[in-house]
Design a binder for this molecule. Sequence first.
Ligand code: TNX
Length: 508
Amino acid sequence: GVALWACADEQRPRIEFPETDLAEAALIPKPLSVVPTHDAFGLDRHVAIYSGGAAGMAEVAETLAGHIEARTGLRLPVDNENKEGIHRAIYFNQSPADGPEGYQLYITRDSVLINSANAEGAFHAVQTLRQLIPSAANDTLTEYPIWPLPTGKITDKTEFAYRGAMLDVARHFFSVSDVKKYLDVMAYYKLNVLHLHLTDDQGWRIEIKSWPKLTEVGGSTEVGGGPGGYYTQEEYKEIVAYAAERFITIVPEVDMPGHTNAASVAYPFLNGNGKTPALYTGTQVGFSTWDTRKDTVYAFIDDVIREISEMTPGPYFHIGGDESHVTAKDDYIYFVERVEPIVRKYGKRMIGWDEIANASLDSSSVAQFWADEENARKAVNQGMQVILSPARKAYLDMQYDSTSTFGLHWAAYIPVDSAYIWNPQAYAAGIAKKDILGIEAPLWSETISELSELEYLAFPRLPGYAELGWTEPAQLSWEDYKHRLAAQADYFKRMDIRYYPSDRVPWP
Ligand code: TNX
């Protein structure tokens, strides 16, 4: 009852916590502002969580309780509001915050208050809070375990709305559970878009009910000749729902008119050279195309975009469009200009690799800059926004150095510091902040077939891209970041993430 709790709390002797410093916390991405007050909030069995009752907040409060339990074993009660006058509590409160994903986190000796405009902001605050829980409990202060959180005030908001990662599940297939683990880590670092590269020359990985051979035939192998695989529509929906619980948008990509060998094996009428191709398990690019002047090709594409869009709540559909080296240029432009209205008909904004900017496109479409700055400028000149994924900086499949076991190096070797040391807002001449939807780190899978190999390339570089997408450029500093990155070793270990132990990072 009320009295009992209050009484228990009042009689407890004042705990003398060691001095804390919230400004020294190893938070990634770095928040907009952190003001330490050097005391501690004791996370222990006496704390309760109150969601405030606003839309979606109860789920976020439960998410927090689940994470606290997994970390500490404490099962804290969750309720809408504090009717019992419990002393120490974590409160969610809906209030205007800076931007749709922003939040304020006030940690005092007695309470943690999370202010945000909506559940998404609250979810990001929860990630910050998770990162503040010390790795071990303090068991000398009290006879029960207590995890002291540093007190102070954090005010936070994101620099870019689109903070993405991409997985190539076409060259090598990765299971639903692999993707879920990636989504868990993305959420921890406030990334909010997962782009799935679902089709390529070597495999078609998404079930299309009206064209079943795409997966039956086109999904039957992968680079190196392994068994491949694909997501059923139910599995895809499961990924979408799992991502949505983490405020992550799935962007599906069907790469066309090049990178389409697998589909043309399944349905040879699509093929631009009139022949029936064979399944391909190598790693060359640029040898396939569809017949861009055939109406039946667009009827097929309409079915594919419709079925995938119906399962995809997010606003984007990615049409690929890269490296169509055997498509004549005017055929390519005709193709992109004919596919864009199909994407829009199904209510999506079209995204494509930067080559699409050679076509005349609607300003709602988005070019993903990976190779050609000139293409990115062509997009901006049409009023389109761009996603920055410059291969020399943002490609997670680039080797760390010449001794790296996995990865390629056609664009660059990308050591951990180099991956972080660039400013998206100053990277390409003529591309200003307003032109940039956000940034994305793609991970191509020619050289990796296991989750642990994928992780070896993604970590520890991925958190850096999360910071480049979230944190204002004035605060980006490798010297500061490298210490916060080093502190992630503890999280990587808890998550059983295999990472590359780069000697440029001062690991503990
Ligand atoms: C280029 S990046 C590609 C991919 C490869 C990647 C390997 C892009 C749009 N196309 O097909 O997988 O290089 O790094």
